[in-house]
Ligand binder design. Sequence first.
Ligand SMILES: [Zn+2]
Length: 106
Amino acid sequence: MSLATPPHESDRAGWTWLELNSERCQHEVEFANAQGLRLVGYWHTHPQTVPAISPTDIASFSRFAARYAEELPHPIAVIVGLSPQPNGIKAWLFRDGACREASLDS
Ligand SMILES: [Zn+2]
C-alpha cells in the first residue's frame, strides 16, 4: 500500500458510521489512477486498542463490494485502533461473500 488519503471535511461520520463524499472520492481515485495507483479499499478508525471489524463494517463493505462489483469486487478494509504496536492496524479482505483478516505470516 503506498497511499492512504486523509479524512475530508465533506465526509460525515458518527461513532459507529462513516459516509464518504462520493464526488470527492471519485476525484481522488482519478487523480491516483493517473499516477499509476489503484484503489484497493478504504480505512477508518476504531476507539479500540486492537481494532476488530464490526457487524456494521461487514455490512457496509459487503454493500460496497456489491455496488462496485466491476471496479472493486474484493475490497480491503483497513481499521486503525489506538495501539502504537503493529496490532493497532489491521486489515480484512472481502471476497466470495466472506471477510478474512489479513495476517503477516500467511
Ligand atoms: Zn468500523
